[in-house]
Design a protein around this ligand. Structure first.
Ligand SMILES: O=C(O)CCC(=O)C(=O)O
Ligand SMILES: [Fe+2]
Length: 269
């Protein structure tokens, strides 16, 4: 795992709202992530009790990607991979926070002929509001213009708000620009990535992905981190039922079983 972060990279992230990490995984490590995520997704799809958006059937959103949330809870292998404190330290350093908890992980497999992932901002959908929300998205296949690589609107994390996130449904790729007309002038950055590259994505930056115009799945696996001082904003979002049931708006999100602390400078001194 390539987990070094330079001050230039931190500056790039703060300026643009995203940062690609080349060669995050290579060789045997990449193979073990691919195998662990593939096996967990296959298991997940067999179960009725787990959320995945293929239940959307023929809808536009139902055909954006197969999304499986919280693979770490059903796969010991995935759990070992993502609870690595080095990853949490990278996320904390980039976001500028003293530590991070895992909010959830998710696999996003963009199947052949999948619809584009419309431009959207993530954090407005989260159960906490924070400019320090940060996700790490790992390409398990090469992500290309043909098969649905990510696109970013650089700098939009500086002007986005918590109210409007955009929709992955029928509004189309640019539906978000109805809410943020000034963003329609910003040239998107196409983040083509090799399998094993990763990208840190601010919870506040506008991003999208193209359709998959190939005969192969575009596999990705992502971890959403929240700052260790995040407080609950009242939205259930992807919180487990039992966590949500106990929360009042304003409470700190500190559940060690479901929202594990991945890294904290306060712990490590
Ligand atoms: O993988 C994709 O197509 C989109 C990913 C994304 O928007 C997310 O994970 O927040
Ligand atoms: Fe997103």
């Amino acid at each position: 795992m390539n987990t070094q972060i330079t001050s230039d990279q931190i500056e790039f992230y703060r300026e643009n709202g995203f940062l690609v990490i080349d060669d995050f995984l290579q060789g045997a490590e990449l193979l073990s992530w691919q195998d662990a995520v593939d096996a967990a997704v296959a298991e997940f799809m067999k179960r009725d009790d787990m959320y995945h958006n293929q239940k959307g059937g023929d809808s536009y959103y139902g055909n954006v990607f197969i999304q499986c949330v919280n693979l770490w809870k059903m796969s010991e292998k995935v759990k070992q991979l993502i609870l690595a404190p080095e990853l949490g330290r990278m996320a904390a350093d980039l976001a500028g926070t003293s530590g991070v908890r895992l909010y959830h992980d998710h696999a996003m497999f963009k199947q052949p002929w999948a619809n584009p992932t419309n431009f959207h901002v993530d954090n407005p959908y989260d159960p906490f509001y924070s400019h320090q929300a940060i996700m790490f998205w790992v390409a398990l296949d090469d992500a290309t213009i043909q098969n649905g690589c990510l696109y970013f609107l650089p700098g939009t994390h500086k002007t986005s708000g918590f109210e409007v996130g955009g929709s992955l449904g029928e509004v189309g790729i640019g539906g978000l620009f109805r809410e943020y007309p000034e963003w329609a002038e910003i040239e998107p950055y196409a983040a083509e990535m090799k399998a094993g590259d990763g990208v840190f994505i601010s919870g506040m930056v506008a991003h999208a992905a193209g359709p998959n115009m190939t005969t192969h799945s575009r596999r990705a696996f992502a971890m959403l981190f929240m700052p260790e001082d995040a407080t609950f904003n009242g939205k259930k979002s992807a919180l487990p039922d039992e966590v949500y049931a106990k929360l009042k708006t304003g409470d700190m999100l500190v559940d060690d079983e479901h929202l594990p602390l991945i890294f904290s400078y306060q712990d490590s001194g």
